[in-house]
Design a protein around this ligand. Structure first.
Ligand SMILES: Cc1cc2nc3c(=O)[nH]c(=O)nc-3n(C[C@H](O)[C@H](O)[C@H](O)COP(=O)(O)O)c2cc1C
Length: 166
């Protein structure tokens, strides 16, 4: 059996839904940031978060930092996130560093998780859009993640499982 776990933080549920599907593909459990176990026994830790104002949410950054106190050293790490917009150069960063949301997010998540350079960040990673939900309603009535994106998330979990079992 694969010794893996999927962790996430999620304000309005998009990242949670993706995390749940990745865990389904991996056939492992999924936990939110308030309920992270000691990670000593795991080979793979899949960590997810979401975007606010063109960067990782504060709660996301905080829980990723906390992983250092949970015996994350030596583990394989796979990253994922959801964000409202397409993967374009973010208007706030344009002309300054010209990075897309994907570059900004994966770079900053990697930097926080791999602070002591003691984990292996896998090149396999997952991203999809998540509708912006305010007071339970979605902007323009667009529902993301779509069923297709949820299936892609599950396939990502299966891919990670096969990688670990190879
Ligand atoms: C206050 C706020 C600010 C946001 N800022 C951005 C942003 O700058 N860029 C972006 O792509 N998405 C942005 N989003 C969209 C969220 O990243 C997206 O809806 C995400 O899927 C939310 O994840 P959750 O449902 O797991 O909380 C923002 C959402 C909120 C509520």
């Amino acid at each position: 059996m694969v010794k893996a776990i999927v962790l996430y933080n999620s304000r309005s549920g998009n990242t949670k839904r993706i995390a749940t599907k990745i865990a389904e593909g991996l056939e492992v459990e999924c936990r939110d940031k308030r309920n992270i176990p000691d990670l000593l026994d795991y080979d793979l830790v899949v960590v997810g978060s979401w975007v606010i104002m063109g960067r990782i949410s504060f709660g996301g950054a905080r829980y990723l930092k906390k992983l250092h106190r949970k015996n994350i050293a030596g583990k394989k790490i796979a990253l994922f996130f959801t964000s409202g917009g397409p993967d374009e150069i973010h208007p706030m960063t344009e002309n300054k560093i010209s990075k897309t949301i994907k570059e900004i997010m994966f770079e900053s998540m990697e930097k926080i998780v791999n602070k002591k350079q003691n984990v292996t960040i896998l090149p396999e990673r997952f991203y999809c859009t998540g509708a912006i939900r305010m007071f339970g309603k979605t902007k323009h009535n667009i529902e993301n993640p779509t069923d297709e994106e949820l299936e892609q998330a599950k396939a990502f979990g299966v891919q990670l499982k096969e990688l670990l079992e190879a």
